[in-house]
Design a binder for this molecule. Structure first.
Ligand code: IPM
Ligand code: MN
Length: 355
């Protein structure tokens, strides 16, 4: 099969990590007889510099006609001071909206080979946990009415029933395929939009009797994540809560450089990207960990192209390379037997394991 992939390398370490993921896909293509055609397009700071806009029309067009999108990271201090329309982040928010990618899937998994990178004590982490955050991505306060009035500024949290239902369906279905547990996180003791969210989730749970459903308040959830992360299977939550909690979840794995994510709508197309950011401080030095992006490419194979076997092979290769002790700087342990490798070397090791 022939797959057309729009590639957005972005800013900071983006180009380095995406390049490694593309090489892994090429290797998979050779092995299984697929052709991956890459079309590189601009978004973020680099797009601002080259075209004057964080999300050029051309990029939207290329993404719409692609089978899927591979993305690195955007942003950096260089573009921090501009007006909102000229911020790299605005490009990403607009792309998600344009593409209708309302569901953001963010796994948080403690890799056994990296268990001692976890900042939690072992009796707390349990030595292994594995859950997924399903974050609503195109609604809520990030997209609600916002503005300034006199000496006030405001943003609005607002959800329609349909917006809640469609993210709910994705989360319930994901729970059915995993541990059959779904936790919906909200702030229903205070916020009307959360009470509405909870009502709709409760109506929906009748349709998924095989899933054990529960609610949790977001402040409690922030605490539970560091108190007992093993309790979670699938979490569903709003845009802002998901943004915050998924960073916390990434951190407790001790290896944010390892976590992939996908954003999807109703179709097969998706936007696949590492959870971490553009890390401008280490850009261009071969220090970045390409694993999160490589695993994002694996997620693309599984969810957008139904190539589960190929995806699993990549995931196994990553496991193997970690077990063999190869580590980029972010996961390297001083004084251990770890073998320190660069971004490019890590990519190469993973490709070698595919053969
Ligand atoms: C993320 C990022 C984005 C978000 C920013 C860059 C707009 O933090 O993907 O979590 O908040 O959604
Ligand atoms: Mn975020």
């Amino acid at each position: 099969m022939n797959y057309h992939i729009a590639v957005i390398k972005g800013d900071g370490i983006g180009p380095e990590i995406v390049t490694e993921a593309m090489k892994v896909l090429e290797e998979i293509g050779k092995k299984y007889g697929h052709t991956f055609e890459f079309e590189e397009v601009l978004m973020g700071g680099i797009a601002i510099d080259q075209t004057g806009c964080p999300l050029p029309e051309e990029t939207i067009k290329a993404c719409k006609k692609a089978d899927s999108i591979l993305f690195g990271a955007i942003g950096g201090p260089k573009w921090d001071k501009g007006p909102k329309e000229m911020r790299p982040e605005t490009g990403l928010l607009a792309l998600r909206k344009e593409m209708g990618f309302y569901a953001n899937i963010r796994p948080a998994k403690l890799y056994p080979a990296l268990a001692d990178a976890c900042p939690l004590k072992e009796e707390v982490s349990g030595g292994a946990f594995d859950f997924v955050i399903v974050r609503e991505l195109t609604g809520g306060i990030y997209f609600g009415e916002k503005g300034r009035r006199g000496d006030c500024a405001y943003d609005t949290e607002q959800y329609s029933a349909e917006e809640i239902k469609r993210i709910g369906r994705i989360a319930f279905k994901m729970a059915q395929k995993r541990g059959k547990k779904l936790l919906s996180i909200d702030k229903a003791n205070v916020m009307e939009s959360s009470r509405f969210w909870r009502e709709i989730m409760h109506d929906m749970k009748e349709e998924y009797p095989d899933v054990a459903y529960a609610d949790m308040l977001v402040d409690n959830a922030a605490m539970q994540l560091v108190r007992d992360p093993k309790q979670f299977d699938v979490i569903v939550t709003s845009n802002i809560f998901g943004d915050i909690l998924s960073d916390e979840a990434g951190m407790i794995t001790g290896s944010i450089g390892m976590l992939p994510s996908s954003s999807m709508g109703d179709g097969k197309q998706g936007l696949y990207e590492p959870i971490h950011g553009s890390a401008p401080d280490i850009a261009g030095q071969g220090l970045a960990n390409p694993i999160a992006t490589i695993l994002s490419a694996a997620m693309m194979l599984r969810y957008s192209f139904d190539l589960a076997e190929e995806a699993l092979l990549i995931e196994k290769a990553v496991d193997q390379v970690l077990k063999a002790g190869y580590r980029t700087k972010d996961i390297y342990r001083e004084g251990s037997e770890d073998i320190l490798v660069s971004t490019v070397e890590m990519g190469k090791k993973i490709r070698e394991c595919l053969q």
